[in-house]
Design a protein around this ligand. Sequence first.
Ligand SMILES: NC(=O)C1=CN([C@@H]2O[C@H](COP(=O)(O)OP(=O)(O)OC[C@H]3O[C@@H](n4cnc5c(N)ncnc54)[C@H](OP(=O)(O)O)[C@@H]3O)[C@@H](O)[C@H]2O)C=CC1
Ligand SMILES: O=C(CO)COP(=O)(O)O
Length: 337
Amino acid sequence: MKEQRVAVLGPGSWGTALSQVLNDNGHKVIIWGHTEDQIQEINEQHSNKRYFEEVILDEKIQATTDLAEALKDTDAILFVVPTKATRIVAKQVAEVLDHKVRIMHASKGLEQGTHERLSTILEEELPAELRSEIVVVSGPSHAEETIRRDITLISAASKNEADAKYAQELFSNDYFRLYTNTDVVGVETAGALKNIIAVGAGALHGLGFGDNAKAAIITRGLAEITRLGVAMGAEPLTYIGLSGVGDLIVTGTSVHSRNWRAGDALGRGQKLEEIEQNMGMIIEGVSTTKAAYELGLSLGIDMPITETIYKCLYEAAEPREAILNLMRRESRPENEF
Ligand SMILES: NC(=O)C1=CN([C@@H]2O[C@H](COP(=O)(O)OP(=O)(O)OC[C@H]3O[C@@H](n4cnc5c(N)ncnc54)[C@H](OP(=O)(O)O)[C@@H]3O)[C@@H](O)[C@H]2O)C=CC1
Ligand SMILES: O=C(CO)COP(=O)(O)O
């Protein structure tokens, strides 16, 4: 593939790690962000110490606060801002974009209120004549490991296979491997919904439960988010792929995961406000829990784990008591869908 110019929107931990992957592959990366001193740090010190204390980025990676500059002559745009900022940033892009580009996103969540998936938001906000089909880049991938060039395998999903293949070729190298997928709903909902279960897995750990409980929440959580995903139009098989079970393992078992750490703190008795303040980074599972809980109610999907986490996060339910209530639910067959 010849050198591509890629605008990475969002200089957070994942945007920075993906920028390094693209730069390693010989592409021209320009990161856009809205915090002046962070952008200056990337340009002058070649670091982003807020996320990666030790990492020095290649000097070729440039950053700007000027969106028009970031988008000038770009071949592709990668959205990697938190879910709550995606529509806002897409509207800003629509105002300045003046040529047709490939559009990808690597964020994981559902919009509050509308419950929309992020690719739907991008389709709504970006004129069809100025973009490809949206590509969703999602899978088990801690930024902390990708930035060290650890082996990472994820999915690239698009309605148009050629667009998914473009992302596959753009990102793939010896440590970063992408698989194409045409199940956009599946890949996108799996990536968003696993964060709820990661919060729950962390909470069980914080409460002092062990590996049996961890395995239980991951497998029963998978059953539950698959039910919701399928009701939203996903293919069930996607949920046992990288973006489903793969991402559940990586976030449901690791201290790298902000969602897991938030759950752990919750289990140890901290309040949500305090947890969010201490994290200083986005904990997508908090707002996704609310969106999924509301969606489950409106679609008539039984989501007992999500409901329990919702009650702990939003209704001040006591986590140990809430878990016991889950255990006391009416007995049922395992494979009831
Ligand atoms: N970190 C990871 O390992 C992975 C993250 N993801 C997903 O990627 C997405 C981003 O996560 P991550 O990079 O970790 O998040 P971070 O919290 O590390 O960073 C988010 C970045 O977005 C910026 N931002 C927020 N709002 C706006 C806005 N309105 N306009 C412009 N920039 C904005 C923030 O700037 P500031 O704080 O200065 O306002 C910050 O630089 C999430 O959906 C996450 O689930 C997916 C896979 C892995
Ligand atoms: O999505 C992720 C890993 O695949 C990152 O998870 P956290 O947002 O919980 O850190």
